[in-house]
Ligand binder design. Structure first.
Ligand code: ATP
Ligand code: MG
Length: 576
């Protein structure tokens, strides 16, 4: 590609609208342009990256036996009403009416459409298993579109759906996708981790998120230092084992005591005021859950995990009570709730089970209670793992230490079970002639988000450092003096030879200062830069520089194409 004939508008200044580096660089390097909130044009260089990710995705999906199709972006409301999601999906679903007043939506995902297709065409175990996928534009009316391609409203997703006759088959389909996803992100040249993710009401450990590791990632993830356990922070289990019963007699129940705590509400305030540690306090949080109100208890130094709470209660949603509800339920303003005397279902984290003579709110303004004890002063209806893991906790699998990191979710694989096939009657006849719901799985990859995540992970002060498999160009050639025939001819020759070999080469043939060409080459992040100038050509040499390395080297002009080609191969090989 010739820069002079291409459309690659770059900018020096950092756009004020862009908060994170990948967004800034994608705008500055001429990869994307915003149309309106969360909706972008993919400029030619950005599109080249997108297409490269798509190609890797296709190859690995096909290799795993999945079959490509293409479903419509517009979906009729009827299907969503049938699955129950028309009500449930909320405002992320962009709904509209057509000229016949029929309700429709722009697809944020395609479970309904694919289930409808499959129920009409697949009736026998002989047609199973099957995995169908597409690479298609999704629309989600995100509440806060931000970070450019990371969280937009219109974006390209690869979504796949597997259909199996039995549980064993479904597990196999899931494993195939797990492997394919590992291959895809590895081949994109990314440092990533598959982490266990929340499965919501479906349960089991059959959901993994693929996280590109980056300090600025939205998601917190934990890793075991020894075994391969890794999980999303919201999902990470906390290992709990009952400690040895205390036989010293030090743990006998003391009489409950009321303490005036004027305007003292938070854990920090209460523990400082009473000179106790947070481990001696129980936090009482009031939640709404499916029309009910419940209280959840965690130790003072622990944080409640709402996803775990939701799963323990087996509900779709929990919502922390507002101050009005807290006052109505406890008779006190926020900050003074305690379990004793509450006429609610009470659930508690395992760690609370072991506590004796602890402090809680007194359900009265400016009052706390000391020496509160379970059984004697209140009853817990249900214990469970309700808190978020902390750096001092052990790995739930092997008991070794864990570390915290951040990641960007680029892919998500999920075992759906029969959730959609049952509600939408996607049934098949098994070998014995019995009618059964098909077992499903769904698997998504954010194509644009993958490119953005790659940039978030690979950049420096000068610009993007693209991993070669997804770089818009593999090699950029910079002839420095455009009016020197010798420079131009040598540059053109290398350009032609490499292009003929099938490499993606950009030649910066603009009549511009060398400084500008260097700056743009660094900004765009092409992995290999080849510079031709009068000074080096005098000694028959050209300069080759790897974007990710600081040193450059001189190579003989006559060997240049061969050496560059070998370098390209070497960069690819370092990824496999
Ligand atoms: P998130 O938690 O980030 O909103 P999600 O759980 O809603 O993601 P899925 O429904 O699993 O995402 O979608 C599959 C993939 O699509 C995600 O892993 C992500 O890479 C991508 N994706 C989801 N929402 C967006 C978005 N608003 N912009 C860009 N990519 C997205
Ligand atoms: Mg989302």
């Amino acid at each position: 590609m010739r820069y002079s004939k291409f459309f690659l508008p770059t900018h020096r200044e950092v756009p004020s609208e862009a908060e994170i580096i990948s967004h800034q660089l994608m705008l500055r390097a001429g990869l994307i342009r915003k149309l309106t909130s969360g909706i972008y044009n993919y400029l030619p260089a950005g599109l080249r990256s997108i297409r490269k990710v798509e190609k890797i995705v296709r190859e690995e999906m096909n290799r795993a036996g999945a079959i490509e199709l293409l479903m419509p972006a517009v979906q009729p409301a009827e299907l969503w009403q049938e699955s129950g999601r028309w009500e449930y999906y909320g405002r992320e679903l962009l709904r509209f009416k057509d000229r016949h007043n029929h309700d429709a939506c722009l697809g944020p995902t395609h479970e309904e459409v694919i289930t409808d297709l499959v129920r009409k065409e697949i009736h026998s175990y002989k047609q199973l298993p099957i995995n169908l996928y597409q690479i298609q534009t999704k629309f989600r009316d995100e509440i806060r579109p931000r970070f450019g391609m990371m969280r937009c409203r219109e974006f390209i997703m690869k979504d796949a759906y597997s259909f199996d006759a039995d549980e064993k088959g479904a597990e196999k389909s899931y494993e195939l996708m797990y492997e394919a996803y590992n291959n895809i992100f590895r081949r994109c040249g990314l440092e990533f981790r598959a982490v266990e993710a929340d499965t919501g009401s479906i349960g089991g450990s059959f959901s993994h998120e693929f996280m590109v590791l980056a300090k600025t990632g939205e998601d917190q993830i934990i890793n075991c230092s020894k075994c391969d356990y890794a999980a999303n922070l919201e999902k990470a289990e906390v290992k709990w084992e009952p400690s040895e019963p205390d036989t010293s007699g030090d743990d006998k129940m003391e009489p409950i005591e009321k303490v005036e705590t004027p305007n003292i509400k938070t854990v920090e305030e209460v523990t400082a005021f009473l000179s106790i540690s947070p481990e001696q306090l129980v936090k009482t949080l009031i939640f709404r859950s499916n029309g009910d109100v419940i209280a959840a208890l965690v130790r003072g130094d622990h944080e409640i995990n709402e996803i775990k709470l939701k799963n323990l209660l087996g509900t779709e949603q929990v919502e922390l009570a507002d101050s009005e509800l807290v006052t109505e339920i406890t008779g006190a303003p926020m900050g003074f709730a305690g379990p004793s005397g509450l006429k609610l279902k009470i659930v508690a984290d395992h760690a609370v089970k072991e506590m004796k003579n602890f402090v809680t709110g007194g359900n009265k303004q400016d009052l706390h209670l000391r020496n509160v004890n379970m059984e004697r002063d209140f009853q817990v209806d249900l214990f469970g793992d309700l808190r978020t893991i902390t750096p001092s906790d052990a790995c739930p699998r092997c008991g070794n230490g864990i570390s915290f990191g951040r990641g960007i979710e680029v892919g998500h694989i999920f075992k759906l079970g029969t959730k959609y096939s049952e509600t939408m009657d996607a049934l098949f006849l098994d070998q014995q002639g019995a009618e059964k719901p098909i077992i499903m799985g769904c698997y998504g990859i954010g194509v644009g988000r993958t490119v953005a995540a790659a940039i978030e992970q690979n950049h420096d002060d000068e610009g993007i450092i693209f991993p070669i498999p997804i770089a818009p160009f593999e090699v950029v050639i910079l002839p420095l003096q455009m009016h020197e025939t010798e420079v131009l001819e040598a540059a053109e020759k290398i350009y032609e030879e490499l292009s003929e070999e099938g490499l993606d080469v950009l030649i910066d043939d603009r009549d511009m200062r060398a400084g500008i060409k260097f700056k743009d080459a660094d900004l765009i992040g092409t992995p290999i830069r080849v510079t031709l100038g009068t000074r080096n050509l005098k000694t028959g040499q050209v300069e080759m520089k790897i974007r990710a390395e600081s040193e450059s080297l001189l190579i003989p002009l006559q060997d240049a194409s061969r050496v560059i080609k070998e370098k390209v191969k070497e960069l690819y090989d370092s990824i496999k």
